[in-house]
Design a protein around this ligand. Structure first.
Ligand code: AMP
Length: 299
């Protein structure tokens, strides 16, 4: 049981119309791992530098996250700087410093190698592949990526995709990956590249699931307070995969609930910068919002 998450643990500098933060905790593995810890046991595989503060390490440990796979090495922690346009339609990456990720060689602790659910959060596809090759068991694998890797590492990325059970992408990424503009056709085309489940993230407009020949749609949870969309995608995946891992199997009915949990999880993350809103989040808060979501969407 449990979920292993591989991805970035980062310092983020983020600017939105609601404020600006520097060197806050970020990274795809941080967001997805912390959210998933509401549902199941979580193992994290990532690397940080000597400058990574104990305070951030403790935040992960306080969520009962197993950090034996989170290595601290010489050098600086990965850093991402981003800015959102006033209407949040565009995110500009101002700077990415790979730092310790430049020569990261992910090692899966023996205790993680038999995990039955694996989330390959956004990270260089060569690292995603290395992790896939290190698993003993045959886990259910979900993967995330970004335009950077589609632009620079397409062949490697396609090899990763061919080995995934599930992929999470946004509309720009899916169009770029498949060459299809119509999103239903693009979803079906991406399934043909490997994963039986394709999740199309549409930000404030919700998310869509293609599973075998079925489809499902979940809206974004309507919020009064919204500050920073960073980590929404990772949190969606963390909630979804955490729930799947807690159930221990995958079928369409379970996936539909998992999509709801993904949407609800992401809604907490975007209420504040960094992991501020989710670091002390409880499963009962998630379930309360899950129930509201159900009442908002049923006839
Ligand atoms: P999301 O908003 O869910 O797409 O993810 C945002 C997180 O992705 C931020 O906290 C960044 O630290 C992290 N991130 C940005 N660029 C990269 C990259 N090239 N590789 C890994 N993680 C990244």
């Amino acid at each position: 049981m449990g979920l292993t998450v591989v991805g970035s643990v980062a310092f983020d500098d983020v600017e939105t119309r609601y404020g600006k933060v520097t060197r806050v905790l970020g990274g795809s593995a941080s967001y997805s791992g912390v959210i998933a810890s509401n549902f199941t046991d979580v193992n994290v595989v990532a690397v940080v530098g000597e400058d990574f503060p104990d305070e951030y390490m403790d935040l992960l440990k306080n969520r009962n996250i197993d950090t034996r796979g989170l290595k601290k090495t010489r050098g600086n922690t990965f850093l991402w700087r981003g800015r959102y346009s006033d209407n949040f339609a565009r995110r500009t990456t101002i700077e990415t410093q790979l730092n310790v990720f430049a020569d990261f060689d992910p090692e899966i602790p023996d205790e993680y190698a038999d995990t039955s659910f694996l989330f390959l959060a956004n990270i260089h596809p060569a690292l995603q592949l290395k992790v896939l090759d290190s698993m003993n068991a045959n886990p259910f694998v979900a993967g995330d990526t970004m335009n950077l890797w589609i632009d620079t590492e397409l062949n490697l990325l396609k090899t990763v995709i061919s080995r995934l059970n599930m992929i999470a992408v946004n509309d720009e990424e899916i169009r770029q990956l498949t060459g299809k503009f119509n999103l239903v056709k693009a979803g079906r085309a991406l399934q043909k590249m490997g994963p039986e489940c394709v999740i199309l993230k549409k930000g404030e407009h919700g998310a869509m699931l293609f599973h075998h020949d079925e489809m499902f749609f979940v809206p974004a949870f309507p919020l009064l307070q919204f500050k920073d969309p960073t980590g929404a995608g990772d949190s969606f995946a963390g909630g979804l995969m955490g729930y799947l891992a807690s159930v221990g199997k995958v079928d369409m009915d379970i996936l539909k609930k998992a999509m709801f949990y993904g949407a609800v999880s992401a809604s907490f993350t975007v209420e504040d910068f960094s992991l501020n809103r989710i670091k002390d989040l409880t499963k009962s808060e998630i379930d309360e919002r899950f129930a509201s979501m159900q009442s908002y969407t049923s006839l």
